[in-house]
Design a protein around this ligand. Sequence first.
Ligand code: ADP
Ligand code: MG
Length: 695
Amino acid sequence: MSKTTFELTDDVMYVKGVGPNRAQALAKLNIRNKYDLLTHYPRAYENHTSLTEIIDLVEGETALVVGQICDVSSRKARNLTIINALLEDDTGELQLTWFNQDYLLNKLRHGVRVLVIGKTKFDSWSENMAMNVQRVTFLDADEEPELGIMPIYPLTAAISQNVMRQAVKNLLKSMPPLKEILPQKLLTEHELISLDGAARSIHFPQSNEELDAARKRLAFDELFMIQCGLLLIKRQTQDERLGISHAPNGRLVNAVLNDLPFALTEDQRQVFGEVSADMESKLPMRRLIQGDVGSGKTVVALLALVKAVAGGWQGAFMAPTEILAAQHFETFNKLLSGLGIRVGLLSAKVTRTQKLREEVYNQISAHGLDIVIGTHALLQEGVNFAKLGLVVTDEQHRFGVAQRKSLEKKSDTLPDMLVMTATPIPRTMTLTIYGDLDVSLIKHLPPGRKPIKTSVKTPRSRKTVYNFVHDEISAGRQAYVVCPLIEHSESETLADIDSAEEVFDELSNGIFADVNCALLHGKMKPRDKDDIMERFRDGEVKLLVATTVIEVGVDVPNASVMVVEHAERFGLAQLHQLRGRVGRGSAKSYCILIADMKADLARERLTALETTTDGFKLAEHDLKLRGPGQFFGEAQHGLPDLKIADVFRDIELLVQARKAAENFIGDDANLSYFANLRTNIALAYGDKFSQITEA
Ligand code: ADP
Ligand code: MG
């Protein structure tokens, strides 16, 4: 296949060396066009700049050796296939070993010339050097082996490292210089190399310095583009013509405040004040409320919704699960129905039957409901509000930016937006995740909370622990047992970790045989999950064995004990969220973490939970100890994936990119760069971002 022009959006099949079969394999890696291939960055590099002769090999070092194969043999040992061969060069012999690479058997013939890479060791049996081969490349008789810094790409089974390298190489060869997308001033200021240079060097750098410079440039671009995107979103909403000026707080809001069974805390009052000011302003509100589990975010949302309703608007409240939506519906109805506010629930139950569904849809579009609570169902096609004035999303990190957008589109004006999250995110991090939002913080829990007693136990104390739980249940309480999710992709050493099913079997047939137990896990049908949650909430089920599906804010005040199995497998922030499920009632509450405490790090991590109840502190602690991947992986959900930047390692670059983006967006002289930038945002993030940043 040939083509005279070059466009990054060309199908990857136009790259030399990529045919239909390889294109299909590449598609599995989400590589569909040339741009995708260009930005399929190496996950690591092998730094091999020189060959070693066999006589010069040093034990314990990784080396590259070229030679001829002789004496190939293979054998089976349990479920392993072991291949042995001897490699000869002019200076000596090297014993080679491969594990489980049967396909090599018919290629490794006597006399073929190969380049091998691997770590060497001295084999005292044969008194030869030996090598476990990491990679072998077959060479023609007079072929020069390729040296230098070699990229290691993420792959699928159908594509080899060599094919991938060759494809990228061919792409780079045919690619005209990339147009620069950043103004020279910015490049100078931040000491960035050209886009074209970076795009090439990231794949085949000549030196470590060149690699670092390429990485820096591309990471900057990524962070800069996201920041520009977020700021563009923010700027769009800063349009006075589109916003709603809600009425000042009056009779209805005061009535709700009077009816509440408690007084607002100082924090809640202040946050509601900020929300009120935003709502009364002509600019559309885009505000995030961060507050620890149990800090009382819901009531602030409720007040904001009532405020909207008082001025004749409708409000929507989007919860991440059916259970939560139902729970909020109950709370809201209890407080609001007496005041003549009509609250509706758009649940899966409702949307499953056409008749019920249309009835609710009609009520929404005819302004027969003032507040509608629901899950993703609120985003469906048929849902059209007559007069949508405020949208609240709870536990926002489970909804993407795009979903938030689609709710906004359900109205001619830009409704105010309030998002709430209990995920404690250190301040600098909010820039990346919530860069388009203003942030309010509820720092302190409502008064009178009994602290949850947290203790860390070893597996040897399991029996004692569950005896204690049994006593609590006999005394009328309920309990959670939380088990980690087991992902099958992980190493086999985890296979011995009990799954929730096994724990459930063990407990419900053993010490809790006389107690009503239930099992809840993510793979169950939503209907079954709801059913079990309901029975737990009603007190029928006493002991709930669950995977982390209970993480999201269900409120069962009578549940006073939580046991977490294999607690060492959870992040601190996550454990903190989990334990927030107990301690909601009047009984003294316990969180017992059963953990394998062999590792010092695990012990240090978990004991932090015994002494600290501050979610933000724990999150920061977690970050320091566990590194970014685990922590951010989940919270980041909804934003475009970062291909090269790492918001933790590159935190300084992130702050620079944010500042640069603010200047860039604010300066109309940069408008000529906008087009290029937008093209790149579209290429990089597709629908996720380009739709949003359309003017
Ligand atoms: P979250 O921030 O996790 O969503 P909730 O809004 O569910 O927390 O509140 C947790 C519990 O605290 C609820 O039972 C709620 O009624 C109660 N609560 C909220 N605000 C106060 C307050 N100011 N004083 C006493 N209890 C409160
Ligand atoms: Mg909540």
